[in-house]
Design a protein around this ligand. Sequence first.
Ligand code: MRU
Length: 350
Amino acid sequence: MLLKTILWENNRVFILDQRRLPEKEVYIECSEATMVAEAITSLAIRGAPAIGIAAAMGIALGALKIAHRDFPSFYRELIPICDILKRTRPTAINLRWALQRMKGVCEANKEMDVEGIKEHMIREAIAILEEDIETNRMIGEMGKKLIRDGDVILTHCNTGALATGGYGTALGVIRKAWEENKRIKVVATETRPLFQGSRLTVWELKKEGIPLTLITDHMAGYCMQRGDINLVIVGADRIARNGDVANKIGTYTLAVLAMEHGIPFYVAAPISTFDKTIHSGEGIPIEERNGEEITTIFGKRIAPEEIMVYNPAFDITPHRYVSAIVTEKGVIRAPFENALRCIWGEKDDL
Ligand code: MRU
């Protein structure tokens, strides 16, 4: 059965609190958009597609609370709620994409009464969740051909059901290969500073019975040098038109290592992760998080007080290190922009 990361029920949003995993499976019940915003900021829900879904549901919750009955006043009150949700995490494009889609639904139905618009918004938010699961399954389908029987696959951070509406992107490709009886093994990096690998990826893989080995982030190079890894597959938070990829801090290091050792480096992401407006990775904003995420572990201080700390949550992997990007529309390779222009309908042929 698919794990439910987030769900809409009786005009409430239920979010599986990922900060508590793997010890406890508890849901946060949100009745206000600001509660969803707080869940996103504090990483109770994380992963690019999952925060997009959360934002869509958050804005639907916000809409329900607006009392105005005329469209202009309703919309005027909706925009600041959208902005609160948009500001929660700057790197993942999915969040903006989902909010844009929700605003589109309002505008397309502005002739309708406000209660009708609210209904449309709820339906759209649920559709975003359901479509994401379908998209992930397609990514798995497209990506499975990259995985051979017996492969040992290194992955970073968490890109599974928890990071999406369900199934996962990079982990979805791994899941699909496993479902097709390929005898694969996964090497998961713990993913400092917040351990999305050791807490979440390992938890998901173990539930599926997929063989796994956990390593610390800095062991990846040694494992590759020994010939222990056949391929690397990761997710993405935003991809520029030229194929430069923003993903969890440490991804760039893995990509450089993979190239040095002649190992394919794949990225799996939905088309909604590509930012049409950004030409290269330099234009992607990188979220900087609180230094306490590094100086403390689960509330216990491990570094001396009053020190300088730098905590970028993501990095940029230049496209030259990316062997291919697996999307729901197919596996695309360099030059990425040409393939994307075809997918976006900006160009008739490759
Ligand atoms: O800070 P996080 O945990 O939200 O970072 C998540 C990642 O970097 C994932 O690799 C990315 O969002 C893709 S999830 C399918």
